[in-house]
Design a binder for this molecule. Structure first.
Ligand SMILES: [Ca+2]
Length: 201
């Protein structure tokens, strides 16, 4: 459909960066992580995220692009990521450090680790190291629970999770459990993040 609206180009990428030009373009990403760069600030563009892809319009109507299989959008003042690397980064930061620490510098570091091929377990291990070297089991459970739930654990909850640590679960396992919990998803606003993107540097 867009192809018939004139000035339309189609760009095909594959795990790379593409620059949006003037006109009504169809931009196809590849199987890997694809980034499209737009010439202007985020607020100058209208981004609609649907199940089939993005529609991005701006520059006074001079740009009206439809993006497929694209995971990241870059504007002159802001980068946004919508892929699993970004969502998993936000989950880990939220659990390990608190939702208020989901900030562009830190999210950029996390996304870069996933881009290097690290697993969720690998990145959780790095985050655990950054939480502080010599936490006791009780300190870890209290910290994770407080970050994810928003209040310190009651006695029964504390005992429940400490029992898991006493019976073979590693500290990294506990961080992953917290990161992947529904409570964490709610706390960090994961649904909205998947729709609006995660800002990163
Ligand atoms: Ca892609």
């Amino acid at each position: 459909m867009m192809m018939n609206q004139g000035n339309g180009n189609s760009m095909f990428g594959g795990s790379g960066t593409m620059h949006a030009g003037w006109g009504h373009d169809l931009i196809f990403g590849g199987d890997g992580v694809d980034t499209v760069v737009f010439p202007g600030m985020h607020q100058e563009f209208h981004v609609v995220n649907s199940t089939s892809g993005f529609s991005v319009t701006g520059a006074g109507g001079l740009i009206a692009d439809t993006l497929f299989n694209v995971e990241r959008l870059q504007f002159s003042d802001m980068n946004l990521a919508f892929d699993a690397a970004a969502m998993n980064t936000a989950k880990i930061i939220g659990a390990a450090f608190g939702a208020d620490q989901i900030q562009p510098a830190l999210t950029g570091m996390g996304i870069a680790l996933f881009d290097q091929g690290m697993s969720m377990h690998d990145v959780a291990g790095i985050a655990l190291g950054a939480m502080g070297g010599h936490m006791s089991n009780q300190e870890l459970v209290t910290e994770l629970y407080t970050n994810v739930v928003g209040q310190a654990p009651d006695g029964a909850s504390l005992a429940y999770y400490m029992d898991m640590l006493d019976h073979g679960a590693s500290m990294t396992d506990m961080l992953l459990l917290a990161a992947n919990s529904d409570a964490n998803a709610q706390h960090i606003g994961l649904v909205g993040m998947m729709m609006n993107g995660l800002e990163y540097q």
